[in-house]
Design a protein around this ligand. Structure first.
Ligand code: SDX
Length: 370
């Protein structure tokens, strides 16, 4: 039996949801290139594509959008949990606990995808409530007449966003919807394979995504740019960080051995929009880190990943830095639940083995003789 740490290069299922070409840096959702979807599609349409396997007709999309919009409100119990914990707890802990409470409250026998739609619709309400509670601002109730991203920014800032900003969030969220068998999706599958419930799977996914090696990297990457402070400091910072054995956050990937296409799309967006002075300064630092990081790490196939620029995009849109992983989770619920749905069609309990390397046949010694 072979030991494969981190299950590297081990396939756990077949999928028709997402294909990643790690060598060429390409990503496909249900066969459509992420570059086309980012240019021509929108968050709700891609959510429908991932869940139902096809692009919706206009009627199907309008119906889907209104079903999502109807589910944005959260219960008084969850609203009070958020109010009590927003100022002190890690936002991913608040989100994880809130989704767990949704599971307690959901008495329906509904479909897995229907339940996942409810979770997807409610998470932006939770995230914006966290940020506004921290700022001692009134929580804004969702507006069902707005699109998913418009409403997200409306609840965050208390005013309707520009088309440009809601489009930026829409593309940013679209890019986070799925990514094949990443660690948090695997966590969801392990729970689902025991025939547990979808809320328990999603809680497992949020728990895994929280870590800085995975969804937590977007905040860490921006922290790096803030710590560096200016383009002049970049080279010294990167060299010091790497020589002290620390990782460059937002760099490297288990599958991509070239630039993550999502990083490219987000960077292109950020380079085109008019930015405030601080965001421009951080963007200039980030592009310098990218240049020097690739010069040092590129030959080992270590390039920027989605988290490298996504934090800058979320910061530009006004989200608190430590909320970035919750934004990632808000979109990834779609990929998690789609993979769970696909896996359960031909389920097999996930139970690998371990190679035993300890002692055997030891004689028990009574405690007074030890
Ligand atoms: C996401 O899987 C997905 O699809 C994830 C994701 C998704 O959409 O779901 O794409 C989202 O999580 C992106 C990754 C975000 N994490 C980070 O940016 C954190 C920094 N990156 C890493 O720690 C690392 O690159 C991983 C965890 C992402 C991947 O690491 P692997 O495949 O497990 O490789 P490894 O940790 O075994 O590293 C291999 C070598 C090591 O050097 P040696 O010990 O062999 O000498 O590469 C080096 C590592 O030190 N290395 C880095 C590095 N990443 C890997 N060195 C410096 N900086 C880095 N960022």
């Amino acid at each position: 039996m072979e030991l494969r740490k981190g299950l590297e290069d081990i396939a756990i299922k077949e999928t028709s949801i997402t294909f990643i070409d790690g060598e060429l840096g390409r990503l496909y959702y249900r066969g459509y290139s992420i570059f086309d979807l980012a240019s021509f599609s929108n968050f709700e349409e891609v959510a429908y594509l991932i869940w139902y396997g096809k692009l919706p007709t206009r009627h199907e999309l309008d119906d889907f959008k209104s079903r999502l919009a109807e589910e944005r409100s959260i219960s008084d119990e969850i609203a009070s949990l958020v109010k009590r914990t927003a100022k002190t707890a890690n936002p991913m802990d608040v989100l994880r606990t809130s989704v767990s409470m949704m599971g307690l409250e959901d008495k329906d026998d509904g479909e897995l995808i229907t339940k996942s739609m409810k979770i997807t619709a409610k998470i932006p309400t939770i995230i914006s409530s966290i940020q506004r509670t921290r700022a001692n601002l009134d929580v804004i109730e969702p507006d069902p007449s707005l699109s998913h991203s418009e409403n997200f920014l409306y609840m965050l800032h208390g005013s309707k966003p520009s088309r440009e900003r809601s489009r930026m969030l829409d593309v940013g969220l679209m890019l986070h919807i799925d990514h094949e068998m990443n660690a948090s999706t695997m966590a969801c599958l392990v729970v689902a394979s025991t025939l547990s419930d979808i809320y328990s799977s999603i809680v497992a996914g949020i728990s895994a995504l929280k870590g800085p090696l995975h969804g937590g990297a977007n905040s860490e990457a921006l922290r790096q740019f803030m710590e560096i402070g200016s383009q002049e400091n970049v080279e010294k910072y990167v060299l010091n960080r790497l020589s002290s054995g620390q990782r460059l956050m937002g760099f490297g990937h288990r599958i991509y051995k070239s630039l993550d296409p999502r990083a490219k799309i987000i960077k292109d967006y950020l380079s085109k929009v008019s930015k405030d002075e601080e965001t421009q300064r951080l963007f200039d630092i980030a592009t310098k880190v990218e240049e020097i990081g690739i010069r040092i790490l590129g030959k080992r196939g270590i390039y920027p990943n989605v988290d490298f620029y996504s934090g800058l995009l979320f910061h530009f849109l006004g989200f608190d830095l430590d909320l970035f992983p919750t934004i990632f989770a808000s979109a990834r619920v779609i990929g998690w639940s789609a993979h769970v749905d696909e896996y359960l069609k031909d389920n097999k309990l996930i139970r690998p083995k371990a190679i035993y390397v300890g002692d055997l046949g030891k004689k028990y010694v009574p405690i007074d003789e030890r």
